[in-house]
Write a protein that binds this ligand. Structure first.
Ligand code: C2E
Ligand code: MG
Ligand code: MG
Ligand code: MG
Length: 279
């Protein structure tokens, strides 16, 4: 059975891969080398304010520029990296590279915006002190904490007390915390109640059918209203057309991210988009 990742694709992490331990080992080994060989690369997807239309942030999304297989999307290797624990090393690299790049944009005179970095739950578990690590990366790259946003996803297998302490320490640093893929996990409300959350990201599976499915429309409207009552900002993921954007605007959603305004692009593209006078 193909692993249901719920993401874009499962090019490598498919039936054949998951059934062949040799293939999996090969990929894991290649992944290990990939860190040393600098084969990972970050693309960035802009996030926009729904009122002003201004670009107010970017999300860093990792890709694997494999020498033989070409550009591999995260859905095809993150699950394996999570399983093997390699996600911790990859995640460390992503964090530092995203902070370094964001500081470089600022140093180039571009308007400062936060960069969002996806965290795997394993990064909380395997680092006994994630906040110290993040603090060290901020120090090393010179990025101010307020320009870093960390995205966490819901997971069944986590120690709520430990994660909650980590998140509080991160909040103390001044880093922003977002809940990713909100609504798809196993206890979304638990997160809101127990964790210091600044923003939630409505999963694109709810946004997709906003116009056709009245219950999705109700759910999205309710999530926005509830979040605002809790003083939490809301960004909608996967916005692909004008109608979805109009709906979100009407219901006072704060921000949006999606192909309608921009897919993930290279750092050079972001630079152009941020440059003064850019449309
Ligand atoms: P995510 O964090 O929910 O990221 C959003 C994904 O949705 C991205 O896929 C993005 O390209 C895609 N997307 C954005 N707008 C649209 C749209 O309008 N329509 C559709 N159909 N898709 C849209 P991507 O880049 O393939 O990343 C997939 C997932 O891989 C991410 O989902 C995230 O969970 C994971 N991921 C990516 N980079 C990292 C990383 O550095 N660390 C960890 N732990 N996970 C990562
Ligand atoms: Mg994300
Ligand atoms: Mg997401
Ligand atoms: Mg998603």
């Amino acid at each position: 059975k193909v692993k249901e990742s719920g993401k874009n694709d499962c090019l490598l992490y498919s039936e054949s891969w998951s059934n062949s331990s040799l293939e999996r080992l090969t990929l894991q080994h290649e992944m290990y080398r990939a860190i040393q060989r600098n084969e990972f690369i970050l693309h960035y997807q802009p996030q926009y304010d729904l009122d002003s239309g201004a670009m107010v942030g970017v999300e860093a999304l990792v890709r694997w520029n494999h020498p033989l297989r070409g550009m591999i999307p995260p859905g095809s290797f993150i699950p394996l990296a999570e399983e093997s624990g390699m996600i911790v090393q990859i995640g460390d690299w992503v964090l530092e590279e995203a902070c370094r790049q964001n500081k470089a944009w600022q140093d180039a005179g571009l308007p400062p915006i936060p960069v969002s970095v996806n965290l795997s739950i394993r990064q909380f578990v395997q680092n006994d002190d994630l906040a110290s690590k993040v603090s060290a990366v901020l120090q090393k790259t010179g990025l101010e904490a307020k320009y870093l946003d960390l995205e966490i996803t819901e997971s069944m297998t986590m120690d709520v007390g430990h994660v909650s302490r980590c998140l509080l320490a991160l909040t103390d640093l001044g880093v922003n915390i977002s809940v990713d893929d909100f609504g798809t996990g196993y206890s979304s409300f638990h997160y809101l109640k127990n964790f210091p959350i600044d923003r939630l990201k409505i999963d694109r599976s709810f946004v997709r059918d906003i116009q056709q499915d009245p219950s999705d429309a109700e759910i999205v409207a309710a999530i926005i209203a509830m979040a605002h009552n809790l003083n939490i900002q809301v960004i909608a993921e996967g916005v692909e057309n004008e109608e979805q954007m109009a709906f979100l605007r009407k219901h006072n959603c704060d921000e949006m991210q999606g192909y309608f305004w921009s897919p993930p692009v290279t750092s050079a593209n972001i630079e152009e988009m941020l440059a003064p006078g850019a449309a």
